[in-house]
Design a protein around this ligand. Sequence first.
Ligand code: OSB
Ligand code: MG
Length: 375
Amino acid sequence: MTLHVSRITMRQIGLPLREPFRISSGTLSKRRILLLELEDVDGAIGWSECVAAERPNYSAETTDTAWLMIETFLADVLLERAFSHPAEVHDALEAAACGHPMAKAALEMGAWELAAQASGVSLAFMLGGTRDSIATGISLGIQASPDALVEKALAAAAEGYRKIKLKIMPGYDIAYVTAVREALGDEAPLMVDANAAYLPADTESLRLLDDLGLTMIEQPLARDDLLRHAALQRELRTPICLDESIYSVARAEDALSLRSAGIINIKPGRVGGFTSSKAIHDTCALANVPVWCGGMLESGIGRAHNVALASLPNFQLPGDVSPSARYWEQDIVRPEWTMSADGMVKVPLDRPGMGVEVDRDRIDDLTLRKTVLSA
Ligand code: OSB
Ligand code: MG
């Protein structure tokens, strides 16, 4: 296999969410998404999506910083030379710039997708996936009242989701989660995600959550707080899951050594792409630490890449990989992503690459900005 990219088309599209999504650091009602279309010298095409958001509240990157990095520094890494395998792309991008994992991941995942398309195999197969369907969860944003959250959680349980994640922050936690636990019963697979909204001094309120039978507490403390998460984990029975803190393979190794977490959320965009996602997956498997695939409110393209990744064996817990209709009136891929009544999404193993068609007309209609880069 050789991977020789001759053209990269960058686009920003505007895609309104069906309902606003509130997390501890802000509310999102419309996504401005950076899409890449990579073309090789033989005309094969691979699409990818950058998960950076409009505002730097989840991480330092934004749609616009990613655009600048790709256009100015990163696209050339792919355009200037051929690679013998997409697994080589990660280190080349690291050598070209510090930081900016989401910008790099968009190119790196596009390279994997292009390689799968050019070889006529599914992306899941190319990545080493072993499942033909993946278990799916839902992430529910912060609501105005516990009753409103209970209503959403009951609807999600009825739809078949295998994991229900509640966004929390100080003041929107114990009463909310207790109400949902009471409504759904003791067996319901419930977890919370704080998006780094707590301080070590808040350990007492986190201890109250410890009694609610949660499968995990995601990212209670700040992203740099590996040691503080380790100290907090010693105080709690509920496993801590890290999201924001894990932005590289080395950080995952450090978190495991320090026992900062019992579970790791892998978002390929956050860790610089598929190669490091696979390495984190393997490292966690050796350490007996389960992983699951996080979500960043992706369109059908980024979702396709998450579905492929989540088919690897140590993705033992349901991912935040909900069907298209959870997010959008209409997605930008065909067929749209759907979920069975028992909360499973099929991995399209019988089709090349990510396994869904990109709706080019719809993307053209939604495009706010476009640039073509070539060698
Ligand atoms: O912390 O997992 C998160 C969305 C945006 C930013 C951060 C997070 C999320 C989600 C949404 O929880 C998951 C999804 O895509 O459904
Ligand atoms: Mg999270």
